[in-house]
Design a protein around this ligand. Structure first.
Ligand SMILES: [Zn+2]
Ligand SMILES: [Zn+2]
Length: 259
C-alpha cells in the first residue's frame, strides 16, 4: 500500500534526513556516521556478483566460465546497451528499498546512490563509454502525486552527484501502467509498451527548458531505476530514448529481482 507523504512528517524527519542515525538493517545506532548500514549488515548485503549476463546483468546460479549472454538476451536483444544492478532484491537491502519507495524514506536515497556509483565504476571501461547525463525512469503522474516524490529520481540525483554528471528528466510517462508485481515477463512487456516518451527537447527560445530537458540525440545516457525485475521497464525506456536518437543507453538499478 502506498502511503501519502505529509509535509509535517518531512519537518519531523529533517534531522534523520541529514544524519541517518540507525542501521537500516538491524536498527543499531550508527552515531551519525553517514552510512545506511552497520558493519555487520553491510557485510551481509546481497551483493550481485558474477556470473551474470554481460548484456542485461541478470544473475545465474552456479558457475559459468567467461563472458556469456543469457537466453532471454540471445532470443531478443534489449534496447539498452547494458544493464547492471548492485544487489539482489533481498534481506535488509530489499527492506531499505521498500522504505524508500513506500514509506517516504527519502533519507535512504543518498546512501543507495553511493552503491549505484560503485556498481557503475565496476563496469569495465571496454563495455561502457562516456556518459552525458543521468536520467530516472519516470513515475506515473498519479503515483507521483500521492507519493510526493519519484524514488528513481532521488536515486538518479544521488548517483549523478557522485559521478559529477548532470541529472536530466528527459523521459515522461504517456499513460499509467498496472503495478508489475503480479505480472509475467510477457505481460510486463505488454504493460509498459509505448508507456514512455522523450520530452520535446526544445521550446522555441526557452533556454531553461532545453537546459533541463536537453535533446537526447547523439547522447549517451545512464538510466536509473530502484529495482529491475524482468527489465521490461528499462528496456521500454531505452527504446524511447534510442528512437529519439540516443547513442547509448545504460541501465542501472539498486536491486534485481522481484521488487
Ligand atoms: Zn545493522
Ligand atoms: Zn541477459
Amino acid at each position: 500500500m502506498t502511503e501519502t507523504f505529509p509535509a509535517s512528517r518531512l519537518w519531523r524527519d529533517i534531522p534523520d534526513l541529514l544524519f541517518p542515525r540507525q542501521c537500516e538493517g538491524c536498527g543499531v545506532d550508527l552515531a551519525g556516521n553517514g552510512t545506511l548500514f552497520c558493519w555487520d549488515c553491510l557485510a551481509a548485503l546481497p551483493y550481485l556478483k558474477p556470473p551474470f549476463c554481460a548484456r542485461c546483468g541478470d544473475f545465474v546460479a552456479g558457475d559459468v566460465p567467461g563472458d556469456f549472454v543469457c537466453a532471454s538476451c540471445a532470443r531478443r536483444a534489449p534496447a539498452f546497451d547494458l544493464a547492471r544492478s548492485a544487489f539482489r532484491f533481498d534481506g535488509a537491502l530489499a527492506e531499505a528499498v521498500r522504505r524508500l519507495k513506500y514509506r517516504a524514506g527519502v533519507w535512504i536515497a543518498p546512501g543507495l546512490g553511493a552503491f549505484l556509483a560503485e556498481t557503475w565504476r565496476a563496469v569495465p571501461e571496454a563495455l561502457r563509454g562516456r556518459v552525458d547525463f543521468v536520467t530516472p525512469v519516470p513515475l506515473a503522474p498519479e503515483r507521483s502525486r500521492e507519493r510526493g516524490y519519484n524514488q528513481a529520481g532521488l536515486l538518479a540525483g544521488a548517483l549523478a552527484r557522485r559521478l559529477r554528471l548532470p541529472c536530466r528528466g528527459v523521459l515522461r510517462r504517456t499513460r499509467g501502467t498496472k503495478t508489475q508485481t503480479k505480472l509475467s515477463a510477457q505481460e510486463r512487456r505488454q504493460n509498459v509498451r509505448g508507456a514512455f516518451a522523450v520530452r520535446a527537447p526544445y521550446r522555441a527560445g526557452n533556454r531553461l527548458w532545453s537546459r533541463w530537458f536537453p535533446p537526447v540525440e547523439g547522447k549517451r545516457i545512464l538510466l536509473v531505476d530502484d529495482v529491475i525485475t524482468t527489465g521490461a521497464t528499462v528496456d521500454e525506456c531505452a527504446r524511447a530514448l534510442k528512437a529519439a536518437g540516443a547513442e547509448a543507453v545504460y541501465a542501472l538499478s539498486v536491486a534485481r529481482g522481484n521488487g
